[in-house]
Design a protein around this ligand. Structure first.
Ligand code: PHE
Length: 450
């Protein structure tokens, strides 16, 4: 089986693919927006602590299980389970994971479609096609369905090419472009009047807010979503890593890239908000809260770009290009979860699996768009607030309690023979067994009853 499966060709290829999955709308939109509405630097601080101390250990749980099994989450959890009951629960966890990954893609594809529409709108504006630009930036069913489909076709096209030719090749191309685009935008925004006010909010912590439960919960949710945890994405990417690689080091690199890009995006979005404020764009309401936490990117930023004349159109074009790329390297990792499962468990060819599953997910997206008011927020909450933490909890339990410790250690030794002497093995087992599950449950309880 392992020989017919794909495998990343190099360490660089894996890091680009996994970082590509991790870096997405969650980093460039979610993180800065949440930072802006949760006291800037206070949020940044908590986010950094949680990402390294909780999200990284949870990421490692998925990567190690995946690499050990060289298979999708359903087979992998079955493989490491010693008894019939744990096997059955493990397989159900894998199946729920692939359903959740598909549901995340169904709303992510809608938002990513808007990014493409806004990108094209800037292009239309540059060409003097104001009517088209207006249509592209107006919320409407035909526009929403059309661009969701465009985005899904791109995602399906890449995934149908497989691990090396599709995922790895495109992530390795797109991630450097993303980084350069982001750096250019940050450098530009920091030269504008008002940017330093944003920097102050972003970098000077208000220590009183650091301990607020709302802040801690949003920061943990952001870290889990941002590292693509709890749906089997990282497990399946781990399953394409060769046995020669040192997994704790690879996972560490991915975490570092993911966090750095989120932090860097904060240097773009927070200063941009205050530049907007400086240019007369309303961003806070009377009580000092952000007026449009959910729509910051589609309201505040375009309003800012509008005040900047032609330069604003170019900046807007670049910005939405960046967002579209970030979304694409994440969406392919979501689609790979159900696709790998279908190929491996049902013997379907990759091309067939990709087309059928892609069409089903596009169908669900259309359903969401037809009932936008009721379904959009509901699907986001169901998947990111409830399912992801709970499934992340299950992966930690399987890595920490169900899987035999000797077999786990042997797996780690493959690319890291001296693992027992390193810091990772001294700290990680306790985290994955106790710290992560307890904290995830606490957050889960808070998000239900809080
Ligand atoms: N990590 C992605 C982001 O930050 C989202 C994602 C979630 C990707 C779950 C894959 C699986 O946007």
């Amino acid at each position: 089986m392992a020989s017919t499966r794909g495998e990343f060709s190099s360490r660089f290829g894996f890091i680009m693919a996994a970082a590509g999955s991790a870096v997405g709308l969650g980093n460039i939109w979610g993180f800065p927006t949440q930072a802006a509405s949760n006291g800037g630097a206070a949020f940044l601080l908590v986010y950094l602590v949680l990402a390294f101390s909780l999200a990284y250990p949870a990421l490692m749980a998925e990567l190690i299980i995946g690499r050990h099994a060289h298979a999708n989450a359903v087979s992998a959890l079955r493989l490491i389970s010693p008894g019939a009951l744990t096997r059955r629960i493990g397989m159900s966890t894998g199946i729920i994971g692939f359903i959740v990954a598909s549901l995340i893609l169904s709303f992510y594809g809608i938002v990513a479609g808007w990014m493409i529409a806004y990108f094209l709108a800037s292009l239309a504006e540059l060409l003097g096609l104001d009517g088209a630009a207006g249509w592209l930036t107006t919320f409407g069913l035909p526009r929403n369905v059309l661009f969701m489909l465009v985005f899904m076709v791109l995602t399906v096209g890449i995934i149908s090419e497989g691990v090396r030719e599709g995922i790895e090749r495109w992530s390795s191309r797109l991630m450097p472009i993303l980084l350069v685009t982001l750096l250019l935008l940050v450098a530009y925004v920091l030269t504008l009047d008002g940017a330093t006010d944003g920097l102050k909010v972003y970098l000077l912590p208000d220590f009183e807010r650091v301990l607020s439960p709302k802040l801690i919960i949003s920061a943990l949710g952001a870290a889990f979503f941002s590292l693509s945890l709890g749906v089997g994405t990282m497990l399946i990417y781990g399953s394409y890593v060769s046995d020669r690689e040192n997994l704790p080091a690879l996972g560490g690199m991915v975490t570092l890239v993911d966090i750095s890009i989120a932090v860097l995006a904060g240097f773009l979005v927070l200063p941009a908000m205050y530049v907007a404020l400086n240019n007369g764009v309303e961003i806070f309401n009377a009580s000092g809260a952000l007026i449009s936490e959910d729509t910051l990117i589609f309201t505040v930023l375009p309003a800012l770009f509008d005040t900047m004349g032609t330069a604003g159109v170019v900046v807007s074009l670049t910005f939405f290009f960046l967002m579209s790329i970030a979304a694409l390297t994440s969406s392919i990792s979501m689609l790979e979860v159900p696709v790998a499962y279908t190929i491996e468990e049902h013997g379907v060819s990759r091309k067939t699996a990709v087309v059928i599953i892609g069409a089903l997910i596009a169908g669900v997206s259309t359903l969401i768009l037809l009932n936008f008011g009721e379904l959009f927020g509901f699907v986001i909450a169901l998947t990111t607030r409830y399912s992801q933490p709970l499934l992340g909890f299950m992966f930690c339990i399987y890595a920490g309690w169900i899987w035999h410790r000797d077999s786990l250690l042997q797996e780690l030794r493959k690319g890291y023979p001296e693992v027992e002497r390193g810091l990772f093995w001294k700290i990680w087992p306790a985290y994955v067994r106790v710290v992560c599950p307890v904290i995830i449950l606490a957050i889960f309880a808070q998000s239900i009853w809080g």
